[in-house]
Design a protein around this ligand. Structure first.
Ligand SMILES: [Fe+2]
Length: 264
């Protein structure tokens, strides 16, 4: 859904967040403190747990008529926000050397373990491997969607979301995925590493106020940001589940199942 939200309100939120702290190397633990850290649990914002989302009143999104109409069509008239949180795409210039070295070995990981505890109220990424969001819902229903809100303009250099269109058709598939011929506009995907099907890949560049929805079984990821200026992407990610039994669009689109395991 393009331009569904008021740009002015999105910009206001971005400004509030940008002024809330120093968005640079200051966010990261130094190497000594990172190594000293024992408990590496609860690194990310949870529902009502250290979550910057809770500082905002976001009715302009959650009660937006067009969004509600779309969610009603997909999920029926009863749905529940499993989790909402801000996602920040981290430019290289913020990362201490030890983190950059780490990411060379393991690209596309969640960076929150390197972030100072007090700033872990948002989730930090620098590029993310293709995955299904059902990965985080082991033994739960896959009848949910991800709703992604661009709060600022997202150019091709700002790590836009990349969607593999139609990749939900096999239902939940554990990570890591068999992908090959990963080209700019297409990629081949297989569930058994034998039979590959070609899918269209779409990089979602966009404007503040754009909203994207995909199923829990749709493969998506991001490339690394490549911008030299101070702009960085702040987005809002919602996971929203179906709550009643009456048939709705998601029942036709997603192969209903309990998520067996998130990771192979
Ligand atoms: Fe995701």
């Amino acid at each position: 859904m393009r331009k569904v939200l008021a740009k002015k309100t999105c910009n206001k939120i971005v400004n509030l967040i940008q002024n809330d702290r120093q968005w640079d190397q200051n966010l990261f633990l130094d190497k000594k403190d990172y190594l000293k850290q024992k408990v590496k649990k609860k690194l990310n914002p949870g529902k009502n747990i250290q979550n910057l989302y809770n500082n905002f009143q976001l009715d302009f999104i959650e009660k937006n008529r067009e969004i509600k109409k779309t969610l009603n069509k997909i999920l029926g008239n009863k749905y529940n926000i499993i989790l909402a949180k801000f996602i920040v795409s981290v430019p290289n210039s913020w990362m201490p050397k030890y983190v950059r070295d780490f990411c060379k070995k393991e690209p596309g990981i969640n960076l929150n373990k390197f972030i100072k505890k007090k700033y872990r109220d948002v989730t930090f990424f620098q590029g993310l491997d293709f995955h299904m969001d059902s990965i985080d819902r082991s033994f739960k229903s896959n009848k949910f969607i991800t709703m992604y809100v661009y709060l600022n303009d997202v150019t091709s250099k700002m790590s836009p979301i990349e969607i593999i269109e139609g990749s939900h058709k096999f239902g939940h598939v554990p990570w890591p995925h068999f992908l090959r011929k990963n080209r700019k506009k297409s990629v081949e995907f297989s569930i058994d590493n034998k039979n590959f099907s070609k899918f269209k890949k779409n990089a979602l560049t966009g404007s503040s106020g754009d909203v994207f929805i995909w199923t829990s079984n749709t493969l998506h990821g991001t490339s690394k940001p490549n911008n030299k200026d101070k702009k960085f992407r702040i987005s809002l990610r919602y996971l929203i589940e179906k709550k009643n039994r009456k048939k709705s669009l998601i029942d036709d689109v997603v192969i209903g199942q309990k998520v067996s395991e998130g990771v192979k």
